[in-house]
Structures are given as structure tokens and as C-alpha cells.
Write a protein that binds this ligand. Structure first.
Ligand code: VGL
Ligand code: ZN
Length: 203
């Protein structure tokens, strides 16, 4: 059984949003077509409380994209984004939601970031996504969404770590940094993950 994971397709990650990924909105028509190929579609939603410690605004004297250490973990500081209950945190209105069976929220703990849909960045707490997928008989996970080099990549790595056959659908993602995504693809290959194009699923 294969599942499509739609990672953080939220208003704040598309142009005009607080943490816009260039071309982030361009993936949505493709993602909607891809959903038809899957018996199970699941989404994740970045869902931070106001004042989350991944926000540069929570660190006086620091700028957006600075690197700091947070309780022993390297942390990039982001603009305030995906604040619980705001429009920026909503799934994008063009995303077809009628086949999304579950939405896993992440990033609620104020002191730790959570790029992956499976675990926080310290692997301290699981979201329940892996157990949910196993409970549904899923063995193969396909990933699309935003951003390719952060939440999609970290979700793909954890999917591998949880023993799922893992496919990152490259043209159904957009990256914050092309260089960062290049490194991410190498690492994913080393972990036994696959990077594919949507055409391999749509023919
Ligand atoms: C993301 C940075 C911070 C993402 C979320 O969805 O890729 N990136 N929070
Ligand atoms: Zn975030």
C-alpha cells in the first residue's frame, strides 16, 4: 500500500506568505493530479504557537536566517510563520483537500523546531504519523510539498528511518535553497531513498 504525504502546503510557504518558497504555488495543480494516483493521502501542517523559538523575533539581536543553538540543536531562525489559527497557517485554498484523510500538525512545542512530519528535530517526540501509516498498511511513502530542502527532506529521511520505501517527487516540490536541496538529494540517496519525477506516476 502506498501513501502520498503532502508536506506543509500552506499559505505562508507560497509567494506572498511569511516564509515564501519561490514557485511554491506552482506545485499545487500537479499535487492535485497526483492525489488521484493514491489510495491514501495525508497532509502535514506547520503549526507554531506565537513566540516560537524558531522565530528570529524571539531572539533579540538576531536576524532572520541567523544560526543559533537551541537546547543543544542547531537552529536556523525564521520569520514568524504558520502561527496557529492565522491565515498563513491554513492549507493553501487551491489544494484539493477532499481526499486528505488526516492532517498531522507539528511545531507546537515552543522550544524545539519540527521540520519532519514524523518527529521533532531532536527526535524526542513522535507525531504519530509513522504508526498511523503502518496501521493503514502503508509500506511505500511518496512525498510532495514545501520546502524541498527542509520539511520535505526531513520527512523523507524519517520515512526511510521508519522503514518505508521512500520516494521524493522532485517536481512536486520547491526548495528554499537549490544548493541545500542538492545536498539533501545526495543524503537521501545514501539512505536508500529515491528521487523521482511526477511523470513516472502519471502515465
Ligand atoms: C519549514 C522552515 C521552518 C518547511 C517549516 O515547511 O519547510 N521550513 N518551518
Ligand atoms: Zn516552521
Amino acid at each position: 500500500m502506498k501513501a502520498l504525504l503532502l508536506i506543509d502546503i500552506q499559505n505562508d510557504f507560497v509567494p506572498g506568505g511569511a516564509l515564501a518558497v519561490a514557485g511554491g504555488d506552482e506545485i499545487i495543480p500537479l499535487v492535485n493530479r497526483l492525489q488521484e494516483q493514491f489510495g491514501l493521502v495525508v497532509a502535514t501542517q506547520d503549526w507554531h504557537p506565537p513566540g516560537h523559538l524558531s522565530f528570529a523575533s524571539s531572539h533579540p539581536g538576531h536576524q532572520v536566517f541567523d544560526q543559533v543553538e537551541l537546547y543543544g540543536l542547531a537552529q536556523t531562525l525564521w520569520p514568524d510563520h504558520c502561527v496557529q489559527g492565522t491565515e498563513g497557517a491554513e492549507l493553501h485554498p487551491a489544494l484539493d483537500q477532499h481526499r486528505i484523510e488526516a492532517i498531522f500538525r507539528k511545531g507546537m512545542a515552543p522550544e524545539i523546531d519540527s521540520y519532519s512530519g514524523f518527529f521533532d528535530n531532536g527526535h524526542r517526540k513522535a507525531t504519530g504519523l509513522a504508526d498511523y501509516l503502518r496501521g493503514r498498511g502503508v509500506t511505500e511513502v511518496y512525498l510532495a510539498g514545501l520546502a524541498a530542502d527542509y520539511c520535505v527532506f526531513f520527512s523523507a529521511k524519517d520515512a526511510r528511518g521508519q522503514g518505508f520505501t521512500t520516494y521524493l517527487i522532485e517536481d512536486a516540490t520547491r526548495a528554499i535553497s537549490a544548493e541545500g536541496f542538492g545536498r539533501a538529494k545526495v543524503e537521501l540517496h545514501q539512505l536508500g531513498g529515491h528521487v523521482i519525477q511526477s511523470a513516472e506516476l502519471l502515465q
